[in-house]
Write a protein that binds this ligand. Structure first.
Ligand code: FMN
Length: 183
């Protein structure tokens, strides 16, 4: 599959076929995609924790507010991937935390690889980050950048349309912002 196919196919999925587990071989491929991401000065300020146990998943789900629509998926998915960032391995330049950018790239690499493997997921970052860090035994100073429940989408989920995006003309320009890029 071309990368663009995975990009086009990807959408946030929060309900999975919980009877169909994700296998470890696929999880390894997903982790490898994250490991290979580019980063500022190649510092690779990311760590990944795969959480399979019901207790581990419940502890992470409890770090989301009741209203977060990804809570149930985290509780029931056969695999939850926790993306941790190590701020001290990154640098801040012009008030930009590069470790967050690096981890974002790594996270999207993993997400797209999951889609490539026929899996679905949702990126979850609105949570009690320190709580997630504690639940996975992260050392002091590390941060939870995101959590991904991963699974096989139910057919009705697969059938749902992609969420809309701004048209290209609104976000892409030629030479100067406001000047249309035409092709
Ligand atoms: C940084 C980030 C944080 C997100 N946090 C959550 C979250 O806490 N809970 C949730 O259900 N979805 C979360 N999402 C998923 C977004 O709501 C979703 O990507 C967006 O609505 C676009 O939909 P799509 O992914 O289907 O294209 C997050 C996405 C990103 C990129």
């Amino acid at each position: 599959m071309d990368v663009i196919n995975a990009i086009q196919k990807r959408r946030s999925v929060r309900t999975f076929d919980y009877e169909r587990p994700v296998n470890d071989a696929d999880i390894m491929k997903i982790l490898e995609a994250g490991r290979l991401a580019p980063s500022w000065k190649n510092h690779q300020p990311w760590r990944f924790v795969v959480v399979r146990s019901a207790e581990g998943r419940a502890a992470i789900a409890d770090c989301l507010s009741e209203g977060n629509p990804a809570r149930t998926a985290i509780r029931h998915a056969s695999a939850v991937l926790v993306l941790l960032g190590v701020p001290e391995e990154g640098e801040v330049h012009q008030e930009k935390s590069f470790y967050l950018v690096d981890c974002g790239i790594s996270g999207e690499n993993m997400y797209l690889e999951a889609v490539e493997l026929g899996l679905s997921a949702v990126w979850v970052s609105l949570l009690d980050g320190p709580g997630v860090c504690r639940s996975v035994g992260a050392p002091e100073g590390w941060e939870c950048v995101g959590v991904f429940p991963i699974g096989y989408a139910l057919p009705e989920e697969e059938a749902k349309p992609r969420r809309p995006r701004r048209p290209l003309g609104e976000v892409a320009f030629l030479e100067k912002v406001g000047q249309a890029f035409q092709y």
